[in-house]
Design a binder for this molecule. Structure first.
Ligand code: HEC
Length: 145
């Protein structure tokens, strides 16, 4: 029984190491979002609702930068609520576009598209340089150790 528990523990440990190593950086998540928005735009211009649906689904379900998130929280402290609200607005509007694409409602898709763009850019204007700096000085510090 003890051996069994140890085995389970080792497995969980191995998995959590694997999970943290495989967690993407915020920058790579953002690059992915940039690509998905390009795809969304292409879908809109070609009025291809399947492409719109797929791209919006990717935006709504983008991976989380789990390893770097604690640094963001530490940097922004109480301003984290604002940061999260930008992210939620992008998420919610993308999820709504998925539904609207199924109804082929291009006008409403364009309204939600505007909300997405405004919130991508609002977060960048308000937080990008600060977080970029915090993340790069953190990785320099950990490398130096
Ligand atoms: C909640 C805040 C937030 C939201 C919302 C957000 N971003 Fe970002 N974005 C950032 C931060 C912070 C960086 C800087 C990351 C870094 O330098 O490590 C960034 C950087 C980027 C970059 C540059 C990546 C690079 O290679 O330097 C792109 C492209 C990008 N975001 C696209 C998007 C798109 C598209 C959306 C909307 C669908 C979006 N972002 C929404 C915070 C946000």
């Amino acid at each position: 029984m003890k051996l069994f528990k140890t085995a389970i523990f080792m497995l969980l440990l191995a998995f959590s190491v694997y999970a943290s190593e495989s967690s993407p950086t915020l920058k790579s998540v953002m690059k992915g979002l940039g690509d998905s928005v390009d795809e969304l735009n292409r879908g809109i211009f070609y009025e291809d609702f399947k492409v719109i649906e797929t791209a919006a689904h990717k935006i709504a379900n983008h991976p989380k930068p789990k390893t770097q998130l604690p640094i963001v929280v530490k940097t922004l402290k109480e301003r984290m609520a604002k940061f999260k609200s930008f992210d939620s607005k992008v998420h919610d509007s993308a999820a709504e576009i998925v539904e609207l694409a199924r109804k082929q409602d291009l006008n409403s898709i364009m309204e939600k598209h505007t909300v997405i763009m405004n919130n991508c850019v609002a977060c960048h204007t308000q937080f990008r340089s600060e977080i970029s700096q915090a993340l790069s000085s953190f990785s320099k510090n950990t490398k130096a150790k």
